[in-house]
Design a protein around this ligand. Sequence first.
Ligand code: ADP
Ligand code: MG
Length: 244
Amino acid sequence: MNEYLIEIKNLHKYFGKTEVLKGLDIQIQKGEVVVMIGPSGSGKSTFLRTMNLLEKPTKGEVYFEGTNIADKSVDVFKHREKMGMVFQQFNLFPNMTVLENLSLAPVKTGKMDKTQAVEKATQLLERVGLADKAQAYPQSLSGGQQQRVAIARALAMNPEVMLFDEPTSALDPEMVGEVLNVMQELAKEGMTMVIVTHEMGFAKNVADRVLFMADGVIVEEGKPIDLFENPQEKRTQEFLAKVL
Ligand code: ADP
Ligand code: MG
């Protein structure tokens, strides 16, 4: 029996001869909000992409609901559907309306029929405050609105977990708040979330647990109050001194 939604064991990732992830062990419970912080180039994006199987682990296990999804015999697409991913660049389909962006995957994968998908999409747009933009095209929206659409699109597949890779880093400062608010609401509703971000205020308020990654390893982890107020490791202290 596996009590975690996600359990990562001894995860290594090489690009050529460069070892980018150097043996990660991470457990995530259902409903947990885990924020990962760390310097640029430390492997945070690679970690998220490996969890989502956009990258193949070189070594180690990634258990999702008890199944090792790093195993060759596993259906990658079936598992990826259970993980919604939101990137720094919103990656919306430019030639489709907002509603079409949301309903495409659920219909294409056979998860919902058209009517169900449109109904779900409409509910989600309401939830992210964009009900009036259903027929708009992505280009006509602000960055903050596009990112909220991207979040809604990921939610349209009813994922078990949401992965966020610096979702507010490409936004103008005045739009960061509206995206973080949507994420905070999701967290309150009990969504399991793994979030890479430089928004330390958000991490303090919303995270159940903060992981500090540097140079391919988890240097330190803890409750936000402990990690931010009383970091134990020198590397964590130095990083926080720069960003706080
Ligand atoms: P972070 O998200 O923490 O900034 P990344 O996971 O993007 O870090 O990158 C970690 C390291 O892996 C960097 O040195 C980066 O250059 C390297 N890297 C990332 N993706 C690839 C790739 N597809 N091929 C080769 N090297 C890569
Ligand atoms: Mg990154």
